[in-house]
Design a protein around this ligand. Structure first.
Ligand code: ATR
Length: 317
């Protein structure tokens, strides 16, 4: 009999081990176990993070079953981020306004939903030196990722927030939801910016973007799926056209939520004009770290895991 242990990289699981995990469909390519299981080892928490492939038809049963099984917390990814909301016992008000959750935290009566993509992007941008307050911000896209980015930016009081999407109606809906949310009035009230200076927020069709940009300089946040591997050569703004060139010329910096490839055409066009750029990998890290700290009761608005462990995880993502 062959008694060789093929994988000696065992997490120590015992009678007190708590389970956290991911609900998605599919989940095979997730990097979340690396983030969560490394943090558990760092903090010395007796936790194991497991991906669960759950089809849309099984979502309600999965959430109820997870609670019955004593699962401590769950991340939620595509395609469940909005559809899971009816099965929660509570929702964080901001996540409710965004209409999407990616983190479920166990409570006595069920799971409470949060959206850590917003603070994850905010911390990633702040740590990389991107300023939003008082700047003009262009959000490209109006899907789930763009909604989270737009709400986050709106809360940081930019001078202008322009949302451009191929289907303009979706961008208009985000603008309306942000206006109705009160986020621009309630966030950052303790900062020293003139409170009378309201953010000018508007939606535009991607094909009309050039005509509305005037001479303003923008920080661009690319939230569409265009340019994602294997379609690495694609770019939501055509860098070869005269209009596209002029649009890129007006960017001071850019963030692309895509991290595969590490440098999209979108980012390379900004970078070669001398603009500061960042891909989506740091946001991926921080949304996971914040979720971990929510699961374990550590989250207080700032990350408590130290730089060394964050760098170690980041280098393996
Ligand atoms: P996610 O959850 O990642 O945001 P999504 O909700 O499917 O994914 O949104 C994808 C975004 O990429 C949308 O803004 C989509 O534009 P439409 O709303 O007009 O569909 C945008 N997108 C996808 N393919 C595109 C393309 N070829 N050109 C321009 N925008 C595109």
């Amino acid at each position: 009999m062959n008694t060789e242990i093929k994988n000696d990289n065992l997490i120590s699981i015992g009678g007190k081990t708590r389970i956290t995990g991911l609900l998605g469909y599919p989940v095979e390519h997730t990097k979340s176990p690396l983030i969560h299981n490394t943090l558990a080892a760092f903090f010395g928490d007796d936790l194991a993070y497991i991906p669960f492939p759950v089809s849309p038809d099984d979502l309600e049963a999965a959430v109820k079953g997870a609670h019955a099984l004593g699962i401590l917390g769950l991340n939620v990814t595509v395609p469940h981020k909005s559809n899971v909301i009816p099965f929660l016992s509570e929702i964080d008000p901001l996540a409710g306004q965004v209409g999407a959750v990616n983190t479920l935290v166990r409570t006595v009566s069920g799971f409470k939903g949060y959206n850590t993509d917003l603070p994850g992007l905010s911390i990633a941008m702040r740590r990389a030196g991107f300023e939003i307050q008082g700047k003009n911000v262009l959000i490209l896209g109006a899907g789930g990722a763009a909604r989270a980015a737009a709400f986050m930016c709106a809360g940081e009081k930019p001078a202008k927030l322009l949302i451009a999407n191929r289907s303009v109606d979706k961008a208009e809906r985000i603008v309306e939801d942000i206006r109705n949310s009160g986020i621009m009035a309630t966030e950052n009230k303790d900062r020293d910016r003139d409170q009378d200076q309201e953010t000018v927020i508007s939606a535009v069709s991607l094909s009309d973007l050039y005509s509305v940009m005037s001479d303003d300089r923008f920080l661009a946040v690319q939230c569409t799926s265009v340019g994602l591997a294997p379609h690495d050569k694609d770019c939501v703004i055509d860098p070869g056209s005269d209009e596209g060139k002029a649009i890129f010329d007006s960017f001071d910096g850019g963030v692309d939520l895509i991290y595969k490839p590490a440098e999209t055409v979108f980012l390379s066009e900004i970078s070669k004009r001398g603009g500061k750029t960042m891909n989506g990998l740091a946001m991926l890290l921080y949304q996971g770290v914040i979720a971990y700290e929510l699961f374990t009761g550590r989250w207080n608005g700032e990350i408590s895991a130290d730089e060394e462990v964050l760098n170690r995880i980041f280098s393996k993502l």
